[in-house]
Design a protein around this ligand. Structure first.
Ligand code: ZN
Length: 203
């Protein structure tokens, strides 16, 4: 199973990190060992002093596919969720400055929080979904899938040009603005609309 992640899919987050708007989606992979086991705290790794949270809408692939066209992309997933793409921002900045791959900053153990799965048919329009991240009960990130630069189906088409999608693969669709640093004893909750999708404590 692989986690296929999209960077810079919301205009406001691009501004926040001083990034250029890309011509096509920024794509990277996290290994399956990055998944934070359910009910487990997130431990800040010793190699970083600046781990950031990034809340993201998730899509679970449930059929093998490659070179999928946007028109047919919806046939490849039935469930969505919400999660966190934890990022060691200090390490990422160092690697980026040298033009090196980000994997160590994004793919370390526990760097992917995955919430409970919700059938997509529960929602009228997946491209008009509000979601939020609460830190210690206060909202720190608020997003809406209507603000994605590339919609879910376009992302699936794009990534399947390069990677065969397999059943169980998970797509992280990028984070809206409001990313920030995690600290020990922080408590995060992710919500789609008003429904709680995950909770995670920082240790
Ligand atoms: Zn991300």
């Amino acid at each position: 199973m692989k986690l296929i992640c999209i960077g810079r899919n919301y205009a406001a987050h691009i501004k926040e990190l001083d990034n250029e708007r890309p011509e096509e989606p920024v794509v990277f992979i996290k290994p399956d060992s990055a998944v934070l086991p359910k009910e487990q705290d997130f431990y800040i790794p010793e190699f970083s002093d600046n781990v950031h949270y990034e809340v993201e809408l998730l899509v679970k692939i449930d059929k093998v596919g490659k070179h999928i066209s946007p028109k047919f992309a919806a046939k490849y997933y039935n469930e969505i969720s919400l999660g966190i793409d934890f990022t060691a921002r200090d390490l990422q900045a160092k690697l980026k400055a040298k033009g090196l791959p980000w994997e160590k900053a994004k793919g370390f153990d526990g760097a992917a929080v995955i919430g409970k799965w919700i059938p997509k048919k529960k929602y009228e329009n997946l491209q008009e979904l509000g979601f939020s991240l609460l830190k210690n009960k206060e909202i720190v990130q608020e997003g809406n899938t209507a603000l994605m630069l590339w919609e879910i189906d376009e992302l699936i088409a794009h990534v399947s040009t390069y990677f065969t999608l397999k059943k169980g693969d998970i797509l992280f669709t990028g984070t809206p603005s409001g990313v920030g640093r995690v600290e020990r004893n922080d408590y995060f909750e992710g919500r789609i609309e008003d429904e709680s999708i995950f909770e995670v404590k920082i240790s």
